[in-house]
Write a protein that binds this ligand. Structure first.
Ligand SMILES: *Cc1c(COP(=O)(O)O)cnc(C)c1O
Length: 430
């Protein structure tokens, strides 16, 4: 390649991080199904354990197959490094872990995946952490919610399930002003549609379970670091800036510079929390990512066609898809996700809760499952499932009211999907 030539997304999604296997020449990334790695000698082992040399020790921390996936996701997101882990929810805990401590809080958007609302409003309290939920369209409220104990701001790029798009540059500016990182969950958009780091995010988290794998086979997560945050600027992040007792007083930021967060995620996060991705899971996700751009193009094309058709259907009260000109968030598509607003949206039916239940039961191609981002089209009635644990106010705020179903549009023939929706809407009308 000529100097200065930069590879495009379609090339990177196939090649980034992988090279022919040095031992065998295998072209596809092998599944390194091993727990441990033989040390060359005692000095080599000591250097690895002291973090003086990078290498493989034990698969709770690092594994060559997982390492390829980490490098690929980091490259596609425009970050300096990534840590993969066992699920999207694990990634969220792993992202917060180096930043938080008892008494600290995170300021989060009200528009989040239902499971994340539960994790943040309930479970993290057991660690002494707390989350403050704020409407992220109200920038003054976001600014006001940040206090001396706030250690991060968290939102989703395209929020699940409501077709909401976050103004990432505006929120990143507020986080910057407070000297704390912005964490963006980019699961619903993927780096093909949205690049949060270019828009100002410090960290990006993923549920690789969804579009990145793209075929509904494995759960996984990833945390990508932009490498651009100064962890030593204000004394708020001692795990990264102060001596780490478990590594003979090593300071992660001083020692690893822009890779501090990534090294901490592996050397402390995976080592002690143990939320490790297994190599077989990484293999499925690597296969999926090879076709990410092609799938996302079709997901978006189908979503636009189907959302437009649904919006004009007499049984439909509303469709919240930012890809439609009627959406209040349509204006953000061009700056936040210029290649499209994703393939996830909600439909409110005039018949209310009962019509939703009949509709979901009648669908044939769409599967009724608690998942999204599969090649297959999926449907869920959020109020009776994923968002069931939330209060009615939280359901409403998250775009999951009782008369609302969420669709995850797959990559099948749009005509077949529309025919299926048409017969199910007739059945719902009863
Ligand atoms: C699914 C999902 C998660 C959680 O990921 P898991 O892999 O199921 O743990 C987090 N955020 C979003 C936006 C999701 O869709």
């Amino acid at each position: 390649m000529k100097d200065g030539h930069e590879y495009g997304f379609d090339t990177l999604q196939i090649h980034a991080g992988s090279r022919p296997d040095p031992a065998t020449g295998a072209r596809q990334t092998p599944i390194y199904q091993t727990t441990a790695y033989v040390f060359r000698d005692a000095d080599h082992a000591a250097a690895l354990f002291n973090l003086q040399e990078v290498g493989f020790i034990y698969s709770r921390l690092t594994n060559p197959t997982v390492a390829v996936l980490q490098e690929r996701i980091a490259t596609l997101e425009g970050g300096v490094g990534a840590v993969c882990c066992s699920s999207g929810h694990a990634a969220q805990i792993m992202a917060l872990f180096p930043l938080m401590a008892p008494g600290r809080n995170v300021v989060v958007s009200t528009r989040l995946y239902g499971g994340t609302v539960t994790q943040f409003s309930q479970t993290i309290k057991r660690f002494g952490w707390s989350a403050k939920f704020v409407d992220f369209d109200d920038f003054d409220a976001v600014r006001a919610a940040i206090d001396d104990d706030t250690r991060a701001v968290f939102c989703e790029s395209i929020a699940n399930p409501g077709g909401y798009i976050t103004d990432i540059p505006a929120i990143a500016g507020i986080a910057d002003g407070a000297g704390i990182p912005l964490i963006v969950d980019n699961t619903s958009a993927t780096p093909y549609l949205c690049r949060p780091i270019e828009l100002g995010a410090t960290l990006v988290v993923h549920s690789t379970t969804k579009y990145l794998t793209g075929n509904g086979t494995v759960t996984g997560g990833a945390i990508v670091d932009s490498g651009s945050f100064d962890w030593s600027a204000n004394g708020k992040f001692p795990s990264l800036s102060e001596p780490e007792p478990a590594y003979h007083g090593l300071r992660f930021h001083e020692t690893f510079g822009p890779l501090a967060f990534t090294f901490h995620g592996i050397a402390v996060g995976l080592r002690d929390l143990g939320m490790t991705m297994n190599p077989q899971g990484a293999h499925y996700t690597l296969l999926g990512i090879e076709t990410l751009s092609l799938r996302m193009q079709r997901h978006v094309e189908n979503a636009v066609e189907i959302a437009t058709w649904l919006e004009n259907h007499p049984a439909v009260e509303a469709v919240t898809y930012a890809g439609l000109p009627s959406s209040p968030y349509h204006g953000r598509v061009e700056t936040i996700c210029p290649r499209g607003a994703g393939a996830l949206f909600t439909v409110a039916l005039k018949g209310g809760y009962d019509a939703c239940v009949r509709f979901v039961n009648a669908l044939q191609i769409f599967s009724h499952v608690a998942n999204l981002g599969d090649a297959r089209s999926l449907v869920i009635h959020s109020a009776s499932t994923t968002h069931r644990q939330l209060t009615p106010e939280q359901q409403e705020a998250a775009g999951a009211a009782p008369n609302v179903v969420r669709l995850s549009i797959g990559i099948e023939d749009a005509g077949d999907l529309i025919a299926d929706l048409d017969q199910a809407l007739s059945a719902a009308a009863g």
